[in-house]
Design a protein around this ligand. Structure first.
Ligand code: FAD
Ligand code: MG
Ligand code: MG
Length: 308
Protein backbone atom coordinates (compact mmCIF):
# COMPACT_ATOMS: atom_id res chain seq x y z
CA UNK A 1 0.00 0.00 0.00
CA UNK A 2 1.05 3.64 -0.40
CA UNK A 3 0.46 6.60 1.86
CA UNK A 4 -1.61 9.44 0.38
CA UNK A 5 0.50 12.46 -0.65
CA UNK A 6 1.73 14.43 2.34
CA UNK A 7 0.88 11.59 4.74
CA UNK A 8 3.65 10.51 7.10
CA UNK A 9 4.07 7.43 9.21
CA UNK A 10 6.14 7.67 12.34
CA UNK A 11 7.01 4.59 14.35
CA UNK A 12 9.09 4.35 17.51
CA UNK A 13 9.89 1.63 20.02
CA UNK A 14 10.97 1.68 23.66
CA UNK A 15 11.27 -0.80 26.50
CA UNK A 16 8.51 -0.19 29.04
CA UNK A 17 7.10 -2.60 31.66
CA UNK A 18 9.67 -5.23 30.72
CA UNK A 19 8.21 -5.29 27.19
CA UNK A 20 9.14 -3.85 23.81
CA UNK A 21 6.48 -1.25 23.04
CA UNK A 22 5.89 0.03 19.51
CA UNK A 23 3.87 3.16 18.79
CA UNK A 24 2.90 4.03 15.21
CA UNK A 25 1.08 7.16 14.16
CA UNK A 26 -0.06 8.55 10.82
CA UNK A 27 -0.66 12.17 9.82
CA UNK A 28 0.68 14.99 7.71
CA UNK A 29 2.66 16.83 10.37
CA UNK A 30 5.74 14.87 11.41
CA UNK A 31 6.52 17.17 14.33
CA UNK A 32 3.02 16.70 15.72
CA UNK A 33 3.37 12.92 15.40
CA UNK A 34 6.77 12.96 17.07
CA UNK A 35 5.67 15.07 20.02
CA UNK A 36 2.49 13.01 20.54
CA UNK A 37 4.45 9.73 20.49
CA UNK A 38 6.91 11.15 23.04
CA UNK A 39 4.03 12.10 25.33
CA UNK A 40 2.50 8.63 24.95
CA UNK A 41 5.76 6.92 25.94
CA UNK A 42 6.23 9.31 28.87
CA UNK A 43 2.73 8.41 30.12
CA UNK A 44 3.47 4.68 29.91
CA UNK A 45 6.71 5.16 31.85
CA UNK A 46 4.87 7.23 34.46
CA UNK A 47 2.27 4.48 34.85
CA UNK A 48 5.00 1.84 35.12
CA UNK A 49 6.53 3.76 38.05
CA UNK A 50 3.09 3.81 39.71
CA UNK A 51 1.85 0.29 38.99
CA UNK A 52 4.92 -1.96 38.83
CA UNK A 53 5.51 -4.66 41.40
CA UNK A 54 9.08 -4.85 40.06
CA UNK A 55 9.84 -1.37 41.47
CA UNK A 56 10.08 -1.29 45.27
CA UNK A 57 9.00 2.36 45.47
CA UNK A 58 5.96 2.13 43.19
CA UNK A 59 2.54 2.81 44.62
CA UNK A 60 1.61 -0.85 44.16
CA UNK A 61 4.69 -2.01 46.10
CA UNK A 62 3.89 0.46 48.87
CA UNK A 63 0.30 -0.82 48.92
CA UNK A 64 1.58 -4.40 49.13
CA UNK A 65 3.85 -3.48 52.04
CA UNK A 66 1.26 -1.47 53.93
CA UNK A 67 -0.77 -3.06 56.69
CA UNK A 68 -3.33 -0.25 56.93
CA UNK A 69 -5.89 1.34 54.72
CA UNK A 70 -4.08 2.88 51.77
CA UNK A 71 -5.00 6.10 49.96
CA UNK A 72 -4.26 5.46 46.29
CA UNK A 73 -4.03 7.50 43.09
CA UNK A 74 -7.07 7.73 40.80
CA UNK A 75 -5.27 5.47 38.28
CA UNK A 76 -4.70 2.69 40.80
CA UNK A 77 -8.29 2.96 42.03
CA UNK A 78 -9.66 2.86 38.46
CA UNK A 79 -7.56 -0.18 37.62
CA UNK A 80 -8.35 -2.14 40.79
CA UNK A 81 -12.03 -1.29 40.32
CA UNK A 82 -12.05 -2.66 36.75
CA UNK A 83 -10.02 -5.70 37.87
CA UNK A 84 -12.50 -6.43 40.65
CA UNK A 85 -15.38 -6.44 38.15
CA UNK A 86 -13.58 -8.92 35.95
CA UNK A 87 -12.64 -10.99 38.99
CA UNK A 88 -16.33 -11.20 39.84
CA UNK A 89 -17.42 -11.95 36.26
CA UNK A 90 -14.86 -14.75 36.02
CA UNK A 91 -15.66 -16.29 39.43
CA UNK A 92 -12.24 -15.38 40.71
CA UNK A 93 -10.23 -16.76 37.78
CA UNK A 94 -8.86 -13.23 37.39
CA UNK A 95 -7.25 -12.42 40.71
CA UNK A 96 -5.01 -9.44 41.52
CA UNK A 97 -4.01 -10.84 44.92
CA UNK A 98 -1.55 -13.46 43.68
CA UNK A 99 1.59 -11.34 44.19
CA UNK A 100 3.12 -13.66 46.80
CA UNK A 101 2.46 -16.70 44.58
CA UNK A 102 4.07 -14.96 41.61
CA UNK A 103 7.18 -14.12 43.64
CA UNK A 104 7.37 -17.71 44.86
CA UNK A 105 7.52 -19.13 41.32
CA UNK A 106 9.97 -16.34 40.33
CA UNK A 107 9.23 -16.92 36.64
CA UNK A 108 10.56 -13.49 35.69
CA UNK A 109 13.84 -13.98 37.59
CA UNK A 110 17.08 -15.71 36.59
CA UNK A 111 16.20 -18.69 38.77
CA UNK A 112 12.60 -19.78 38.37
CA UNK A 113 11.71 -22.92 40.30
CA UNK A 114 8.83 -25.23 41.07
CA UNK A 115 7.81 -24.52 44.68
CA UNK A 116 6.65 -27.20 47.12
CA UNK A 117 2.93 -27.79 47.70
CA UNK A 118 3.43 -26.43 51.20
CA UNK A 119 4.99 -23.19 49.95
CA UNK A 120 2.12 -22.78 47.49
CA UNK A 121 -0.46 -23.32 50.24
CA UNK A 122 1.20 -20.60 52.34
CA UNK A 123 1.28 -18.15 49.39
CA UNK A 124 -2.45 -18.76 48.77
CA UNK A 125 -3.49 -18.32 52.39
CA UNK A 126 -6.09 -15.55 52.74
CA UNK A 127 -5.86 -14.43 49.12
CA UNK A 128 -8.72 -14.02 46.63
CA UNK A 129 -10.64 -11.17 45.04
CA UNK A 130 -12.52 -10.45 48.29
CA UNK A 131 -9.23 -9.77 50.08
CA UNK A 132 -8.78 -6.52 48.09
CA UNK A 133 -11.52 -3.93 48.53
CA UNK A 134 -12.13 -0.32 47.61
CA UNK A 135 -13.81 2.44 49.52
CA UNK A 136 -13.66 5.71 47.60
CA UNK A 137 -9.98 6.49 47.10
CA UNK A 138 -8.92 3.96 49.75
CA UNK A 139 -7.75 0.41 49.25
CA UNK A 140 -8.37 -2.12 52.03
CA UNK A 141 -6.51 -5.39 52.27
CA UNK A 142 -8.15 -8.06 54.39
CA UNK A 143 -4.72 -9.59 54.99
CA UNK A 144 -1.93 -7.17 56.02
CA UNK A 145 0.74 -9.00 54.00
CA UNK A 146 -1.37 -9.26 50.84
CA UNK A 147 0.78 -8.70 47.73
CA UNK A 148 -1.07 -6.94 44.92
CA UNK A 149 -0.10 -7.79 41.33
CA UNK A 150 -1.55 -5.92 38.35
CA UNK A 151 0.60 -7.81 35.79
CA UNK A 152 -2.52 -9.23 34.11
CA UNK A 153 -4.23 -5.88 33.47
CA UNK A 154 -1.88 -2.89 33.79
CA UNK A 155 -0.12 -3.27 30.45
CA UNK A 156 -3.49 -3.01 28.71
CA UNK A 157 -4.40 0.02 30.81
CA UNK A 158 -1.13 1.76 29.91
CA UNK A 159 -1.72 1.03 26.22
CA UNK A 160 -5.18 2.64 26.47
CA UNK A 161 -3.75 5.74 28.14
CA UNK A 162 -1.04 6.06 25.51
CA UNK A 163 -3.62 5.83 22.72
CA UNK A 164 -5.85 8.40 24.45
CA UNK A 165 -2.95 10.88 24.40
CA UNK A 166 -2.41 10.30 20.67
CA UNK A 167 -6.12 10.92 20.09
CA UNK A 168 -6.04 14.06 22.24
CA UNK A 169 -3.16 15.36 20.10
CA UNK A 170 -5.48 15.28 17.10
CA UNK A 171 -4.12 12.08 15.54
CA UNK A 172 -6.77 9.93 13.83
CA UNK A 173 -4.77 6.82 12.89
CA UNK A 174 -2.39 5.12 15.33
CA UNK A 175 -1.50 1.88 17.06
CA UNK A 176 0.15 1.07 20.38
CA UNK A 177 1.52 -2.45 20.81
CA UNK A 178 3.03 -3.56 24.12
CA UNK A 179 4.16 -7.12 23.43
CA UNK A 180 0.76 -8.29 22.19
CA UNK A 181 -1.43 -5.83 24.08
CA UNK A 182 -2.62 -3.67 21.18
CA UNK A 183 -4.91 -0.63 20.96
CA UNK A 184 -5.92 0.81 17.58
CA UNK A 185 -7.05 4.32 16.75
CA UNK A 186 -9.18 4.70 13.63
CA UNK A 187 -8.36 2.90 10.41
CA UNK A 188 -5.13 2.17 8.68
CA UNK A 189 -4.93 3.96 5.34
CA UNK A 190 -8.70 3.89 4.88
CA UNK A 191 -9.05 0.20 5.67
CA UNK A 192 -9.35 -1.67 8.97
CA UNK A 193 -6.08 -2.60 10.64
CA UNK A 194 -5.02 -6.16 9.97
CA UNK A 195 -3.64 -7.75 13.13
CA UNK A 196 -1.88 -11.12 12.99
CA UNK A 197 -2.36 -13.53 15.88
CA UNK A 198 0.77 -15.48 16.82
CA UNK A 199 0.59 -19.29 16.71
CA UNK A 200 1.22 -20.48 20.29
CA UNK A 201 3.42 -23.40 19.25
CA UNK A 202 4.98 -22.34 15.91
CA UNK A 203 7.22 -19.35 16.48
CA UNK A 204 6.85 -16.68 13.81
CA UNK A 205 3.77 -18.34 12.30
CA UNK A 206 0.36 -16.68 12.33
CA UNK A 207 -2.73 -18.49 13.46
CA UNK A 208 -5.22 -15.97 12.10
CA UNK A 209 -5.57 -12.33 11.13
CA UNK A 210 -8.21 -9.99 12.47
CA UNK A 211 -9.59 -6.86 10.81
CA UNK A 212 -10.22 -4.12 13.34
CA UNK A 213 -10.84 -0.37 13.64
CA UNK A 214 -10.93 1.55 16.92
CA UNK A 215 -10.52 -1.63 18.96
CA UNK A 216 -8.14 -3.25 21.37
CA UNK A 217 -6.82 -6.77 20.88
CA UNK A 218 -4.81 -8.57 23.55
CA UNK A 219 -3.25 -12.03 23.62
CA UNK A 220 -2.19 -14.09 26.63
CA UNK A 221 -0.18 -17.23 26.20
CA UNK A 222 1.96 -19.85 27.87
CA UNK A 223 4.68 -19.43 25.22
CA UNK A 224 6.38 -16.18 26.20
CA UNK A 225 7.28 -16.32 29.85
CA UNK A 226 7.95 -19.87 30.90
CA UNK A 227 10.62 -22.32 32.00
CA UNK A 228 10.88 -26.08 31.73
CA UNK A 229 11.74 -28.51 34.49
CA UNK A 230 11.73 -32.30 34.00
CA UNK A 231 10.10 -31.81 30.61
CA UNK A 232 7.15 -29.84 32.00
CA UNK A 233 6.41 -26.27 30.92
CA UNK A 234 5.70 -23.83 33.75
CA UNK A 235 4.39 -20.40 32.77
CA UNK A 236 3.16 -17.19 34.44
CA UNK A 237 -0.65 -17.39 34.34
CA UNK A 238 -1.76 -19.07 37.55
CA UNK A 239 -4.92 -20.90 38.43
CA UNK A 240 -5.83 -19.29 41.78
CA UNK A 241 -7.42 -22.55 42.95
CA UNK A 242 -4.25 -24.66 42.66
CA UNK A 243 -1.48 -22.07 42.63
CA UNK A 244 -0.13 -23.89 39.55
CA UNK A 245 0.19 -22.55 36.01
CA UNK A 246 -3.24 -22.83 34.34
CA UNK A 247 -3.27 -25.92 32.12
CA UNK A 248 -6.33 -25.69 29.87
CA UNK A 249 -5.11 -23.29 27.14
CA UNK A 250 -2.11 -22.46 24.98
CA UNK A 251 -3.33 -18.96 24.12
CA UNK A 252 -6.28 -16.60 24.36
CA UNK A 253 -6.89 -13.50 22.23
CA UNK A 254 -9.59 -11.02 23.23
CA UNK A 255 -11.01 -8.12 21.20
CA UNK A 256 -12.74 -5.38 23.19
CA UNK A 257 -13.34 -1.63 23.21
CA UNK A 258 -10.41 -1.05 25.59
CA UNK A 259 -7.13 -2.87 26.16
CA UNK A 260 -7.36 -2.94 29.97
CA UNK A 261 -10.57 -5.02 29.83
CA UNK A 262 -9.21 -7.15 26.98
CA UNK A 263 -6.01 -7.78 28.97
CA UNK A 264 -7.82 -8.89 32.12
CA UNK A 265 -10.38 -10.94 30.17
CA UNK A 266 -7.62 -12.75 28.23
CA UNK A 267 -5.93 -13.73 31.50
CA UNK A 268 -9.29 -14.77 33.00
CA UNK A 269 -10.33 -16.87 29.99
CA UNK A 270 -6.90 -18.51 29.94
CA UNK A 271 -7.47 -19.71 33.51
CA UNK A 272 -11.09 -20.75 32.88
CA UNK A 273 -10.22 -22.82 29.80
CA UNK A 274 -11.91 -23.01 26.38
CA UNK A 275 -15.46 -23.88 27.44
CA UNK A 276 -15.98 -21.55 30.39
CA UNK A 277 -13.63 -18.96 28.92
CA UNK A 278 -15.59 -18.79 25.68
CA UNK A 279 -18.83 -18.57 27.65
CA UNK A 280 -17.45 -15.58 29.58
CA UNK A 281 -16.41 -13.77 26.40
CA UNK A 282 -19.62 -14.60 24.52
CA UNK A 283 -21.74 -13.21 27.38
CA UNK A 284 -20.10 -9.78 27.28
CA UNK A 285 -21.45 -7.31 24.74
CA UNK A 286 -18.86 -5.94 22.33
CA UNK A 287 -16.25 -8.59 23.25
CA UNK A 288 -14.90 -11.31 20.95
CA UNK A 289 -12.23 -13.93 21.42
CA UNK A 290 -10.14 -16.77 20.04
CA UNK A 291 -8.98 -19.52 22.39
CA UNK A 292 -6.45 -22.25 21.60
CA UNK A 293 -7.01 -25.16 23.95
CA UNK A 294 -4.15 -27.26 25.33
CA UNK A 295 -4.81 -29.88 22.60
CA UNK A 296 -4.41 -27.21 19.89
CA UNK A 297 -8.14 -27.01 19.10
CA UNK A 298 -9.45 -23.53 18.18
CA UNK A 299 -12.50 -22.07 19.88
CA UNK A 300 -13.91 -18.71 18.82
CA UNK A 301 -16.81 -16.42 19.63
CA UNK A 302 -19.54 -15.98 17.02
CA UNK A 303 -18.58 -12.44 15.96
CA UNK A 304 -14.79 -12.68 15.67
CA UNK A 305 -13.76 -10.34 12.81
CA UNK A 306 -11.40 -12.78 11.03
CA UNK A 307 -9.91 -11.70 7.75
CA UNK A 308 -9.96 -14.27 4.97
P1 FAD B 1 -1.12 -11.70 31.02
O1 FAD B 1 -1.83 -12.98 30.84
O2 FAD B 1 -1.85 -10.48 30.67
O3 FAD B 1 -0.73 -11.56 32.53
C1 FAD B 1 -0.05 -12.54 33.25
C2 FAD B 1 0.42 -11.86 34.47
O4 FAD B 1 -0.71 -11.58 35.29
C3 FAD B 1 1.36 -12.68 35.31
O5 FAD B 1 2.71 -12.40 34.97
C4 FAD B 1 1.00 -12.22 36.69
O6 FAD B 1 1.64 -10.98 36.94
C5 FAD B 1 -0.48 -11.96 36.61
N1 FAD B 1 -1.32 -13.12 36.85
C6 FAD B 1 -1.02 -14.45 36.85
N2 FAD B 1 -2.11 -15.19 37.08
C7 FAD B 1 -3.13 -14.33 37.23
C8 FAD B 1 -4.52 -14.51 37.50
N3 FAD B 1 -5.09 -15.72 37.66
N4 FAD B 1 -5.29 -13.39 37.61
C9 FAD B 1 -4.76 -12.14 37.45
N5 FAD B 1 -3.45 -11.92 37.18
C10 FAD B 1 -2.65 -13.02 37.09
N6 FAD B 1 8.47 -7.65 33.40
C11 FAD B 1 9.79 -7.71 33.60
O7 FAD B 1 10.39 -8.70 33.22
N7 FAD B 1 10.45 -6.68 34.18
C12 FAD B 1 9.80 -5.59 34.63
O8 FAD B 1 10.43 -4.68 35.17
C13 FAD B 1 8.39 -5.50 34.45
N8 FAD B 1 7.69 -4.43 34.88
C14 FAD B 1 6.34 -4.38 34.68
C15 FAD B 1 5.62 -3.27 35.15
C16 FAD B 1 4.24 -3.21 34.96
C17 FAD B 1 3.46 -2.03 35.48
C18 FAD B 1 3.56 -4.26 34.28
C19 FAD B 1 2.09 -4.21 34.03
C20 FAD B 1 4.28 -5.35 33.83
C21 FAD B 1 5.67 -5.44 34.04
N9 FAD B 1 6.40 -6.54 33.60
C22 FAD B 1 7.75 -6.60 33.80
C23 FAD B 1 5.74 -7.68 32.94
C24 FAD B 1 4.86 -8.42 33.93
O9 FAD B 1 5.64 -8.86 35.01
C25 FAD B 1 4.13 -9.58 33.30
O10 FAD B 1 5.01 -10.49 32.74
C26 FAD B 1 3.25 -9.11 32.23
O11 FAD B 1 2.42 -8.09 32.72
C27 FAD B 1 2.46 -10.25 31.72
O12 FAD B 1 1.66 -9.78 30.69
P2 FAD B 1 1.18 -10.74 29.56
O13 FAD B 1 0.38 -9.87 28.66
O14 FAD B 1 2.32 -11.48 29.01
O15 FAD B 1 0.28 -11.81 30.30
MG1 MG C 1 -3.86 -10.08 30.82
MG1 MG D 1 -1.45 -9.17 28.50
Amino acid sequence: WRLPPGEQQLSRTALVMGTLVEIKAFGDDEEQLDSAISKAFAEMTRLEALLSSHQPKSEISRLSNSADEFVASPETIELISLGRKIAERSNGAFDMTLGALKKLWAIESENPQVPSEEQIAVALQGVGPEALQLDGNRVRKKLPGLQVDLGGIAKGYAVDRALALLRAAGITSASVNAGGDIALLGDHDGRPWRIGIQHPRKSGELLAALELSDRAVVSSGDYERFFEQDGIRYHHIFDPRSGQPARLCQSVTVVAADAASADALATAAFVLGPEEGLQLLEQLPDVEGLIIANNGKEWQTSGLPQSQ
